[in-house]
Design a protein around this ligand. Structure first.
Ligand code: NAD
Length: 489
């Protein structure tokens, strides 16, 4: 990958806020810098929005709402379809930009462009399918009309780990429904959102329909926008503690909220599993995105009869993973997002070992430049270890043995989270029992990756509220009206 290509690409990313259809500097010319976590080098300086900039973005979203809501659904869908087509043309730019600002290997970044793009295509097709109902009331005295309407201006907050997909998963259904938005990407990885919004502009986005604020003053800027009585909806993807804070703020205006929060996914391997499938699934569920996914398998709950064999096989695979900057050929493990992430992985492994676990491979941070942590396998993890309770968000695979199906279910459900679970068994009835018994919004049955734009993504318990994607996704941005009219006869 040539340095010139990276330089040209970075120069093509807008460095302003996008408000009311114009790129503009932040109030007072304030800027923030974005770094490449593989090198620690600053790659670009962009606008750092103030509270007043946030208000201006809301003004623009509010002003654009009536026009966009009245735009025929087919036209809204066609804008999204043009955006999808442009994304296919520019997919290499988006992949490289994500690798630079977030660190994931280029092959995975390409996968995210495909995945993130599917939300744009899916909702381009959903826009004209927004429908209502019409029918007689049971008494036969009137006709009931149930219609769907866009909720209004929305505030979208996204995390750093999937810079494109987390943005398209919110922007596309909002626009398809007829809503206007202000989006605030994470300050660590804002460039992909800026490049995507430029793409939307090229696709013919009307002024004010999408507005972007990049900021380090996240708390104050968000508080101002959420307190604005003209806001109708808050959609957040990020950690559970921040989600809880935002839900309290949203209570003031009784805002509609969608909350895609943290996870602590169990990965259960029964002794009747096909171990080849289970090992492949484990590698995908654990090491995709360097372990930094809300859907990452966090606890490998493995039947004692196959635990050693499973550990031996995953360890062998992990030892073959190439570590490096994601632009290098064959790299599977890029850097973690920052020093804090490395320190957290290290602390969780230390705690597990102190409580009796063994490190089968890895177990150390790698000296800089860049914020790397070795892909790691930890076996014999004991109950009470922090690694079983906290989201690891790093390339650490922790194995806990079990003896009975009931014990596996108890261990899997022993968490306040409920985003996704993975189960490996060749026994159909057992698989069906696990669908019934696991407290989880999503499940991979003999599969290590479940995400799909056509599916309702979302969690149970403290993993969140609402669904993104699927037939359900657009309803997060619609509100229902019921009208009664007299019997016309
Ligand atoms: P985070 O909660 O720290 O930040 C997420 C976003 O919220 C960022 O844009 C950040 O700037 C913003 N934010 C932080 N504090 C805020 C505040 N006080 N007010 C308003 N906004 C604030 O999370 P992160 O570290 O960026 O992402 C990792 C977390 O996201 C993990 O817990 C992961 O599980 C979760 N996640 C969930 C999903 C899902 O779909 N369920 C998907 C990806 C990530």
């Amino acid at each position: 990958m040539s340095e010139y290509r990276e330089t040209d690409l970075l120069a093509s990313v807008p460095d302003g806020l996008f408000i009311g259809g114009e790129w503009r500097p932040a109030e007072g010319g304030a800027t923030l810098t974005v770094s490449d976590p593989a090198t620690g080098q600053v790659v670009k300086s962009i606008a750092d929005a103030s509270v007043a900039d946030g208000r201006a973005a809301m003004d623009a979203a509010v002003a654009a709402f009536p026009g966009w809501a009245a735009t025929p659904a087919r036209e809204r869908g066609e804008l999204l379809r043009r955006a999808f087509d442009l994304l296919q043309e520019r997919k290499e730019d988006f992949a490289l930009l994500m690798t630079i600002e977030m660190g994931k290997p280029l092959a995975e970044a390409r996968g995210e462009v495909a995945y993130g793009g599917e939300f744009v295509r899916w909702f381009s097709e959903e826009a004209p399918r927004i429908q209502g109902r019409y029918g007689a009331n049971p008494e036969g005295t009137g006709r009931m009309i149930v219609s769907q309407h866009p909720v209004g201006p929305c505030y979208l907050i996204t995390p750093w780990n999937f810079p494109l997909a987390m943005a398209t998963r919110k922007i596309a259904p909002a626009l398809a429904a007829g809503c206007t938005v202000v989006i605030k990407p994470a300050a660590l990885t804002p460039l992909t959102t800026l490049l995507f919004v430029k793409l939307l502009e090229d696709a013919g986005l009307p002024a004010g329909v999408v507005n972007v604020v990049t900021t380090t003053k996240t708390g104050p800027v968000s508080e101002e926008i959420i307190a604005d009585p003209r806001l109708r909806k808050l959609s957040f993807t990020g950690s559970t503690p921040v989600g809880q804070t935002l839900m309290k703020q949203a209570a003031q205006g009784v805002l509609r909220t969608s909350m895609e929060l943290g996870g602590n996914a169990p990965f259960v391997v029964f002794d009747d599993a096909d171990l080849d499938k289970a090992v492949d699934g484990a590698m995908a569920a654990k090491f995709r995105n360097i372990g930094q996914a809300c859907t990452a398998a966090n606890r490998f709950i493995v039947h004692r009869r196959v635990a050693d064999e499973f550990a031996r096989r995953v360890t062998e695979r992990v030892q073959g993973l190439k570590i490096g900057r994601g632009t290098e050929d064959g790299v599977a493990i890029g850097p973690l997002i920052d020093d804090r992430a490395v320190a957290k992985a290290a602390q969780l492994v230390q705690d597990a070992v102190a409580r009796g676990a063994s490190v089968a491979t890895g177990g150390s941070a790698i000296d800089g430049p860049g914020t790397f942590y070795e892909p790691t396998v930890v076996t014999g993890v004991q109950a009470g270890s922090d690694i079983l309770r906290e989201e690891i968000f790093g390339p650490v695979l922790a194995i806990v043995p079990f003896d009975t199906e009931d014990e596996a279910v108890r261990l899997a459900n022993d968490t306040e989270y409920g985003l996704v679970s993975y189960v490996f068994t060749e026994n159909l009835a057992r698989g069906q029992r696990m669908i019934e018994r696991l407290e989880t919004g999503m499940m991979g049955l003999n599969m290590g990756v479940v995400s799909n734009a056509a599916a309702p993504f979302g969690g149970w318990k403290m993993s969140g509220l609402g669904r993104e994607g699927g037939a359900e996704g657009i309803h997060e941005y619609l509100q229902t009206k019921y009208t009664l009219t007299p019997n016309p006869f």
